[in-house]
Design a protein around this ligand. Sequence first.
Ligand code: COA
Length: 191
Amino acid sequence: MKTKFKEGKIIEIFYVEKRGKKIPVIIRYPKKSDVNGIWKFYNKVIKETEFLSRITPVSLKDEKKWVANAIKSMKKGNSAYIIIESDGKIVGSSTVERKSEEVHKHVGGFGIAILQEYTGIGLGRRLMELIEKEAKNMELEIIQLSVYGKNKVAHGLYKKTGFIEAGKIPKLIKRKNSYDDDIIMYKALKK
Ligand SMILES: CC(C)(COP(=O)(O)OP(=O)(O)OC[C@H]1O[C@@H](n2cnc3c(N)ncnc32)[C@H](O)[C@@H]1OP(=O)(O)O)[C@@H](O)C(=O)NCCC(=O)NCCS
């Protein structure tokens, strides 16, 4: 299995325009010492958006376990987790994770989240392109995701990047007594 993962390795550095100012952005693999940054980022992003499945904050202890597992899994070629760093903070991340069932090992589950303040400036699209490359390096054949019906920005981004809608499960999501549909999408990496 090909894997280019190395803790903390920079994938790319570029500038984006945010509120009229050019700011540097680093996209890279995580390292163990990112735990605090990832923890702060994740708890902030789940508070800001209603479109992630987690509602309650993650404890630092659980985040430590999660990051350690993510790094282990990347070393084995079973997942890719890439982060966006700007201004010394983690502001976004995306992941693709090989399914564990024997018959699904060619399939990767996908996730993405960016801090509200950094959305709408092209970072989501770039992260998706990079995570797709990672998925190909992992020799995955299909990327699968699910997106809430009301999440028009993410749904639009997935359609633009070649994901196909397989169907939807009405009212699969229930959050504070308000329902939403769950749309299942996929992209075949091997034709
Ligand atoms: C969904 C998400 C990852 C998109 O990332 P982003 O950095 O805002 O996306 P980009 O800036 O790269 O834009 C991607 C496309 O969406 C469009 N878009 C972005 N923000 C938009 C908005 N507020 N309204 C309409 N379209 C928008 C852009 O025009 C762009 O299309 P283009 O490339 O053809 O110009 C980000 O909004 C996010 O993290 N949201 C919260 C968590 C979430 O919903 N995760 C996905 C769960 S399935």
